[in-house]
Write a protein that binds this ligand. Structure first.
Ligand code: ADP
Length: 497
């Protein structure tokens, strides 16, 4: 179906809040991490609560494979200029479920991966410009443009400073959500060229950052409101330890327009009672079936079938996630050896830095029948592991929100986490006296404490099984859905109107 300019298949009800939600990855189309989960679930919840939300993302090769062009509507097409280069943006549209626009340009997006290319600056400058420019062409002028992470940083700048002369843009308010401040999209002077910005934007009050030019800084400066994905992370971002150079900007200049809202998970999609990825479905009342998942998992992947506690990690393999403290030595031994001395079994699913992939290859060589290592990205396998494991590790150096621990708790795996960011906001250390708590926490970023907490969990698992089960039940009872947080987002949007 071809729509002419200005025509639209969906109509917004009178007075309904309209939001264009922009993300470089969205479940179920493309995912490398938690951002995709948020972009897949939050808009759906906002729609349930009455907001007219449309999502927009790039039309990557992986999206193309799932949703071929002939299943989508073509709603607009136009040239986008990036300095001297003009690139064509095709706007494809899926009006069902969560209405989603896809920006198609094969030169930029028809590739195997999502990020990590030499021309990422140009690719996401194009994406940002194409999004800003589609607003006047698709018959949907949002009240709120909600941008996420550096890939969308320039959008608020373009809306506020470049296109303000068009009355369609006059009343748009921009929200910028930081999902991870470590990745800021810092490039050279070509940022100015691609975004067609003059030298006035080249100073440190604007986009300049440590000699480069920052997409994220553009997002922070020009948004009407900034938020991040947990209240604790917002406070941490204002410190030199966690702010990655943007702390003073957030602390001294932008504090008045910043807040933290915790993420949720899609509790329908991730439900151990119905998840088709599991060997056996279970819930609070049938928690015993979780044990059967563990047995089946051990059998399928060749783990010794004994009564040991199964410890898991599902993560990007990078320093941020605590893998550097797993390299440490304690009591003259490698931390991982000490952990294995406790008699536990270990499963890891992850991809990332070569150093850590090699570390776990070596680990597998040392513990062939007590460990399983998947150096892979596999969503259904991840759900199987959450369901099979007794304990889930997330010893992160920093964690904006963290979804792994939420998934783990939902699937009855007890989280062991470092007390930072969203981990601090979502996991409560178990108290043996009151029987309250949903996991184990440690504060100091050291392999020793990770080991000690695994030792503590293992002690409960073997010697006080009723306490261990109590933690599992407490964790599974927590509500990790999006409803409360989505209501907070709506309040934030309304406050800006
Ligand atoms: P981040 O976004 O920093 O990577 P989060 O904890 O917020 O971390 O989100 C990670 C998400 O990606 C979770 O849904 C987790 O289950 C999933 N995930 C991480 N690594 C893998 C993997 N190798 N295979 C499948 N899913 C993974």
């Amino acid at each position: 179906m071809i729509l002419t300019k200005g025509e639209n298949v969906l109509t917004t009800k009178k007075n309904q809040l309209k939001c264009l939600f922009v993300s470089s990855e969205v479940v179920p189309f493309a995912k490398t991490g938690g951002l995709a989960d948020v972009a897949g679930a939050l808009p759906a919840e906002l729609i349930t609560l009455g907001v007219d939300v449309r999502v927009v993302m790039p039309y990557y090769r992986t999206v193309k494979n799932k949703l071929p062009e002939d299943q989508l509507q073509h709603v607009a097409g136009y040239d986008t200029s990036l300095g001297w280069r003009h690139q064509y943006a095709d706007i494809l549209y899926k009006p069902t479920d969560v209405p989603t626009y896809f920006i198609k340009n094969d030169r930029y997006f028809d590739r195997d991966g999502l990020y990590g290319y030499g021309d990422d600056c140009e690719r996401f400058a194009f994406f940002s410009k194409a999004v800003a420019e589609m607003i006047c062409r698709i018959g949907f002028v949002p009240d709120i443009v909600h941008c996420n992470d550096w890939q969308t940083g320039p959008i608020s700048l373009l809306i506020k400073d470049k296109y303000f002369w068009d009355k369609k843009y006059n009343n748009i308010k921009c929200v910028f959500t930081i999902h991870n401040i470590k990745y800021q999209g810092i490039f050279g002077r070509e940022v100015l060229e691609f975004l067609e910005l003059d030298d006035g934007y080249a100073n440190s009050d604007k986009l300049e950052f440590n000699g480069g030019y920052s997409f994220m800084k553009a997002g922070l400066l020009y948004a009407d409101h900034i938020n991040t994905v947990s209240p604790t992370y917002m406070e941490e971002l204002k410190t030199a330890q966690y702010g990655y150079g943007l702390d003073s900007l957030l602390r001294d200049q932008l504090y008045w327009k910043s807040s933290g809202i915790i993420n949720g998970i899609d509790t329908q999609r991730y439900d151990p009672k119905t998840d088709p990825a599991l060997y056996y479905n279970f819930d609070l009342k049938t928690l015993d079936l979780k044990e059967k998942n563990k047995k089946a998992f051990k059998k399928e992947f060749g783990l010794k079938e004994d009564n040991s506690m199964l410890v898991s990690i599902i993560s990007r393999l990078t320093d941020q996630k605590g893998f550097d403290i797993m390299k440490q030595t304690i009591f003259g031994q490698w931390v991982m050896d000490k952990i294995m001395e406790l008699g536990v079994q270990f499963v890891l699913l992850g991809t990332g830095e070569q150093e850590y992939e090699n570390m776990f290859r070596h680990f597998k060589y040392l513990y062939p029948d007590r460990s399983v290592i998947f150096l892979d990205f596999n969503e259904s396998l991840a759900q199987k592991i959450y369901a099979a494991s007794d304990v889930f590790l997330m010893p992160s150096y920093f964690e904006p929100c963290g979804l792994g621990q939420l998934m783990a708790m939902r699937y009855g795996a007890v989280p062991i986490v470092r007390q930072t960011g969203g981990l601090k906001d979502t996991v409560i250390h178990y108290n043996q006296t009151t029987k309250e708590g949903t996991g184990f926490e440690f504060v100091d970023y050291a392999g020793y404490w990770l080991y000690k907490k695994i030792e503590e969990a293992n002690e409960l698992y073997h010697n006080r099984p009723s306490d261990f089960r109590q933690i599992q039940l407490n964790a599974m009872k927590e509500s990790f859905g999006w409803e409360e947080s989505a209501k907070k987002y709506i309040k934030m949007y309304e406050m800006l109107m």
